[in-house]
Write a protein that binds this ligand. Structure first.
Ligand code: 5GP
Length: 218
């Protein structure tokens, strides 16, 4: 077996693994754990016009750009998808994703439902989407406060948007309730590993089986 779970030596097509949730449901933590622990997975670093929060690093959490640059990227087709969230613009740079997928790597996206819809329209078979739910509304609010990155006003705005974001849960392939971080992580990894093993994601399988048949015929 190769490190990513597929058959060793069998060519595999990279998949687009999307995590979405209302802010505060633990999605970013799950994304970080996946990138640290799962081989063969690259994070898609989005561009955004929002300002940097304390502790964020340009080029790591986001590429922080101004509105003019964002509009230029949209115009030039440099973004695979883009959306306005909380009055700021966010988008996925196309080139790094295409590069990773064509070299057989999977790409992880932390994007909202609007971006997920656009990716699905463009590449349905390559997109695997997971919606992360908080166990309770109180839990969501607590996490937003603990994060201490936003003002009370911003947090109130995020809470009122959460209900709207939740309404998109049924558009996702999988739904995970994050009551316990390690359990949610295990569930997300299980989804990724199973999707990696899908027959249609391993185009090299037909050659592998043909070879087996040739061996058997001898
Ligand atoms: P935040 O400002 O808290 O980092 O992100 C706000 C929301 O924007 C989150 O739901 C996040 O998933 C979403 N988001 C971040 N990057 C992108 C992107 O490139 N495209 C889309 N559509 N949403 C994004």
């Amino acid at each position: 077996m190769a490190v990513d779970g597929s058959l060793k030596g069998v060519e595999r097509r990279g998949l687009m693994f999307v995590l979405s949730s209302p802010s505060g449901a633990g999605k970013s933590t799950l994304a970080r754990m996946l990138i640290e622990k799962m081989p063969g997975l690259s994070m898609s670093v989005s561009v955004t016009t929002r300002s940097m929060r304390p502790g964020e690093v340009d080029g790591e959490h986001y590429h922080f750009i101004d509105k003019a640059r964002f509009h230029a990227m949209v115009k030039d087709g440099g973004l695979l998808e883009h959306a306005t969230v909380f009055d700021n613009s966010y988008g996925t740079p196309r080139q790094p994703v295409e590069h990773a997928l064509s070299s057989g790597r999977d790409v992880l996206f932390d994007i909202d439902w609007q971006g997920t819809q656009q990716l699905r329209e463009k590449a349905r078979v390559d997109v695997v989407s997971v919606f992360i739910l908080p166990p309770t509304a109180g839990d969501l609010e607590r996490r937003l406060h603990t994060r201490a990155q936003d003002s009370d006003e911003v947090i109130a705005g995020r809470m009122s948007r959460a209900s709207h974001e939740l309404s998109h849960w049924a558009e996702y392939d999988y739904v995970v309730v994050n009551s316990d971080l390690n359990e949610a992580y295990t569930q997300v990894v299980t989804i990724l590993n199973a999707e990696r093993l899908k027959r249609e994601r391993q185009p090299g399988l037909s050659a592998f089986v043909r070879d087996l048949q040739n061996q058997l015929a001898k």
